[in-house]
Write a protein that binds this ligand. Structure first.
Ligand SMILES: [Zn+2]
Length: 435
């Protein structure tokens, strides 16, 4: 297959009249520029690399547009989310994830990290054959997105508190049993869905006891991506300090959870010492600005974390908004609001957040999908978008919107965004049927 791009914009280059040749497996054989008028299977006017979404909870999409009335705080939102979590079975999970992942590909995301903790039946009995996890893998295949399944350890309700209510579906009981299921899942996915990357997650220091953090990390292969929610809410920090005398960052570090393969999610309420420690560990940080705004979490420390040596990435988290460009704009916008300055994060850092750093957080060693030997990932933007008229190529990420994405190529597979949006609508109808 051959793809022609009238203009291909990457972090460091603008290629005009680019031609990309692919083998039968969707891998890039050659990229050439200055080849106007060449014949191609698909001609894209304006293209950018595929974007990475490092933090998603697909089923939270069911709450979109339903949580404003009555207000409340994060913890009240969580009660509503737990009611939805209690109502899901594998079929409904597959349907809502198909809707969410289709909307993601339509918007320009070509890879997603699904932070998954809804493992078991109501009450906690296991499903046979990893039914929930396979439902997510099937949804990703249907939508055509690269999936990193971040299977989460969630073992308790809080410091010294056993899981209760909806949390019984999340818990494997002990770190050993979570690890045992994780390794079985790895074998099952390798045979049924080898295209899925299996990563791991520690839900948070609330949900995994200090002694279990070290056990869990030590039982994982060294190359598995590891994600963990960190300091999203002040109450979590206060509980951790009261129970252990340490901030969540220090606790994670001392139990071996912080390293270059780790992505901490949110990292909103940090001390200066936490920021230095995260930077020294070379972690990635998944910032989810649309969700953090929606939940009233607070403004994170993007500029300081970047300065300290951490790698910034973006996530859609609760999927109230699925728009990578909005996340990028708010990442820089938050840094401006916090500092009173403009152009706080270098443009290259914003590109890295949405592309290379994001993909590496999901697949260690990942390269952008435009390099020879890689399966091609590209996003086509509208050639005559009024919104993008006059925008300099390297400022596209901060100026575009999800609607500007008109087509995507993931692993060499071309899909039209309007067809993906129709599929998202239909799958959502199926997911919400009977409500
Ligand atoms: Zn989350």
């Amino acid at each position: 297959m051959r793809i022609a791009c009238e203009r291909l914009v990457t972090r460091d280059e603008v290629l005009d009249h680019a031609l990309i040749d692919l083998d039968g497996d969707g891998r890039v054989i050659a990229v050439e520029s200055d080849r106007p008028g060449a014949r191609a299977d698909h001609v894209l006017a304006l293209a950018i690399p595929g974007l990475a979404n490092t933090h998603s909870h697909a089923f939270h999409r069911l709450l979109r547009g339903r949580t404003h009335a009555g207000g409340g705080d994060f913890w009240r939102w969580r009660d509503t989310m737990y009611r939805v979590a209690g109502s899901l079975d594998p079929d409904r999970m597959r349907a809502v994830a198909t809707a969410v992942y289709s909307e993601m590909v339509a918007a320009g995301y070509t890879a997603v990290g699904e932070f998954h903790y809804l493992h078991h039946r109501p009450g906690g009995l296991p499903y046979p054959d990893h039914a929930m996890e396979i439902a997510l893998a099937e949804a990703a295949a249907e939508a055509g997105i690269r999936l990193t399944l971040l299977d989460a350890a969630y073992l308790r309700a809080g410091f010294g508190k056993a899981p209760e209510g909806a949390q019984l579906r999340f818990s494997d009981g002990t770190a050993e049993r979570w690890l045992e299921r994780w390794h079985r899942l790895r074998g099952a996915l390798a045979s049924s869905h080898p295209e899925v990357t299996l990563g791991a997650a520690l839900h948070s220091v609330r949900a995994v006891a200090p002694e279990d953090l070290g056990l869990a990390v030590g039982g994982l292969p060294a190359d598995a991506p590891l994600h963990v929610h960190l300091s999203e809410q002040p109450a979590e920090n206060a509980d951790c300090v009261a129970a252990t005398g340490m901030t969540p960052t220090v606790l994670l570090d001392l139990t071996g959870a912080l390293s270059a393969r780790t992505t901490v999610v949110h990292a909103t309420h940090l001390t200066d010492a936490d920021i230095a420690r995260l930077g020294a560990a070379r972690v990635s940080v998944s910032m989810c600005p649309t969700t953090e705004a929606d939940l009233g979490d607070g403004l994170g420390h993007a500029a300081e974390l970047h300065e300290a040596g951490a790698r910034l990435t973006i996530g859609s988290d609760q999927n109230v908004v699925i728009d990578p460009f909005d996340e990028v704009r708010r990442l820089e916008g938050g840094a401006r609001l916090a500092s009173g300055r403009r152009g706080v994060l270098p443009l290259g850092t914003l590109w890295d957040a949405a592309t290379t750093a994001g993909h590496t957080s999901l697949r260690p060693g990942a390269r952008t999908g435009i390099e020879v030997g890689e399966q091609l990932d590209l996003v086509a933007l509208a050639p005559r978008s009024a919104r993008l008229a006059g925008v300099r190529p390297h400022e596209l990420l901060g100026a575009a919107a999800a609607d500007d994405a008109v087509a995507s190529i993931v692993r060499g597979r071309y899909q039209d965004s309007s067809a993906l949006r129709t599929r998202a609508w239909d799958a959502f109808e199926e997911a919400s049927h009977g409500e």
